[in-house]
Design a protein around this ligand. Structure first.
Ligand SMILES: [Zn+2]
Length: 152
């Protein structure tokens, strides 16, 4: 695991950066994308995202940029909530880096070589995968044993 993976990681001062980095490394390993050392993943924690979503991942086979929101729809997201969102966005990262998810020349989503037009959010196969994996990934990869008392 090289630091190239995480070019930018800015988090609230009360959160231990080391803990988040450790978690991110666990997620990469669990999703089996830790050996793709030529790729870049940016992770940024922001006050909010324009469309009020809790997280977003935008990318292609080489670069992925993740944003995690501290606030969404007027409510502040708990630290552990942000960590589960990170697991969700990391599934999209795997999809981009593996070439499963991408875009065609018109900007439509492509999923496993098939152009997906007009699919509702809840029917998009990449969202179904991310949603079904986020909780178990979070529970498996987050280092709950470390610094337990500070998180609660
Ligand atoms: Zn998603």
């Amino acid at each position: 695991m090289s630091d190239r993976w995480i070019r930018y990681c800015l988090i609230d001062s009360y959160v231990k950066e080391e803990l988040v980095r450790y978690y991110i490394c666990n997620l990469f390993r669990e999703l089996n994308i830790h050996r793709l050392s030529s790729k870049c993943v940016d992770i940024e924690f922001v006050d909010e995202i324009d469309d009020q979503s809790q997280g977003e991942a935008i990318g292609d086979k080489d670069d992925v940029s993740i944003k995690i929101a501290r606030n969404s729809c007027g409510a502040s997201m708990s630290f552990l909530n942000q960590m589960q969102t990170l697991a969700h966005e990391m599934v999209h990262t795997k999809q981009f880096l593996r070439g499963e998810l991408g875009y065609d020349s018109k900007g439509n989503f492509k999923w496993k070589k098939e152009v997906m037009e007009g699919k509702k959010y809840t029917e998009q196969p990449w969202e179904l995968e991310a949603t079904s994996l986020e909780r178990s990934l979070f529970l498996k990869c987050f280092p709950f044993d470390e610094e337990k008392t500070e998180l609660l």
